[in-house]
Design a protein around this ligand. Structure first.
Ligand code: NAD
Length: 338
């Protein structure tokens, strides 16, 4: 059954690890490539224990070094690639833009070079709504102008353009998935999010409610009804499902394309905090921390194109995501160890 081997870059990170689990559950073989800068050996160990080292192998390496990534293609018969490895903290990118261009743009280029050298022609890329910047209309569809408001978004847009050109000039078919905000843990509680520090709102609000660490609002004041930014929160398992469908789409000969992934609905930061408080039945204090730079008021997705072409739709509600996070953090309040 397990014939096709998928390389998952960044598979020891938050979203990548959920993708690895979903692929293994669908009987793919998986190779993780990760430098463990923001990923965790422990999640690799947990997944290898559950699915077996024959089905899941791990290479520690850095995409900024061509030799690291090309040796994986030399040793493994890779069928397709899902590329999650990136630095992805907006505020960090405003402080250290050079790190973002080096890691996300050079890293993607090395991956594309290796794929071309070893004739691997299927790629699914984790992009982001940050490529759009401040929304000019809502909901944001794939034709919305591209105007990143921070180096993180710009670096992902540059990576998209690299992929586009390799698609034009080499034998590469790709799907670029522009995710909006991602949240939740696996519904069974096996794996979750361990970002330290996290900038992911729902995760932080659940940690605040469970008394793991104090919750602080780190969003700037913006021009929305309650003064906090509105975002579109997609469950991580729904997101992984969209990738499986995108892979099937490419396997069936679908043309290279770009799709938004979200729920199609926006929630303000304070709405999310109040949902978490209601569901967990804890009223925790909400204080203001240092406001993040590079943020804007409101964005949520038009997901009509992904629904139609990939035959996908989100199944989980924000309450499902909150419950999955409660399960995860109760089990592992400190997250994965290094
Ligand atoms: N989390 C979100 O809400 C969100 C939203 C939109 C897009 N994305 C995109 O999804 C992807 C995954 O995000 P995440 O939240 O899981 O982040 P994460 O930081 O948890 O995972 C990224 C992984 O990539 C690895 N990595 C980074 N640079 C690397 C390099 N040069 N070589 C090898 N490995 C490297 C890290 O060690 C980490 O394990 C990113 O590409 C991000 O841009 C995330």
């Amino acid at each position: 059954m397990r014939e096709k081997k998928i390389l998952v870059t960044g598979g020891a990170g938050y979203i990548g690890s959920h993708m690895v689990k979903a692929l293994l559950e669908q009987e793919y073989k998986v190779v993780i490539f990760d430098n463990l800068f923001r990923g965790y050996q422990e999640v690799v160990d947990v997944l290898q224990k559950k699915f077996g080292t024959k089905n899941l192998s791990f290479y520690q390496g850095d995409l900024r070094n061509y030799a690291d990534i090309s040796q994986v293609f030399k040793k493994e018969q890779i069928y397709g690639v899902m590329h999650f490895a990136a630095l992805c903290l907006v505020s960090e990118s405003m402080e250290e833009p050079e790190k973002y261009f080096e890691n996300n743009v050079l890293g993607t280029l090395n991956l594309l070079r290796a794929m071309a050298q070893f004739s691997v022609g299927k790629l699914i890329f984790s992009s982001t709504c940050a490529v759009y910047g401040e929304s000019q209309y809502l909901p944001v569809d794939e034709k919305h102008p591209l105007n990143p408001a921070n180096p993180y978004g710009e670096s992902k847009l540059m990576a998209e353009r690299e992929i586009y050109w390799f698609g034009q000039l080499k034998d590469l078919k790709y799907v670029i998935l522009r995710y909006f905000n991602v949240t939740g843990a696996s519904s069974g509680g096996l794996i979750g999010d361990s970002k330290k520090p996290s900038q992911l709102l729902v995760q932080n609000a659940v940690r605040g409610a469970l008394n793991i660490e104090p919750f602080r609002l780190t969003c700037p004041r913006v021009d929305t009804a309650d003064g906090t930014p509105i975002r579109d929160y997609l469950n991580v398992e729904d997101l992984a499902d969209a990738h499986l469908k995108a892979l099937n789409y490419l396997i069936k000969g679908g043309k290279s394309d770009i799709f938004n992934l979200g729920t199609g609905q926006g929630n303000s930061v304070l709405e999310i905090v109040s949902s978490v408080q209601k569901m967990i039945e804890v009223k925790f204090p909400v204080s203001r921390g240092k406001a993040r730079r590079g943020e804007y008021a409101e964005i949520y997705a038009n997901i009509g194109k992904a629904k139609k072409a990939l035959k996908w739709k989100p199944e989980k509600t924000i309450s499902d995501s909150i419950l999955s996070l409660v399960k995860w953090y109760k089990n592992k309040p400190d997250g994965w160890s290094y």
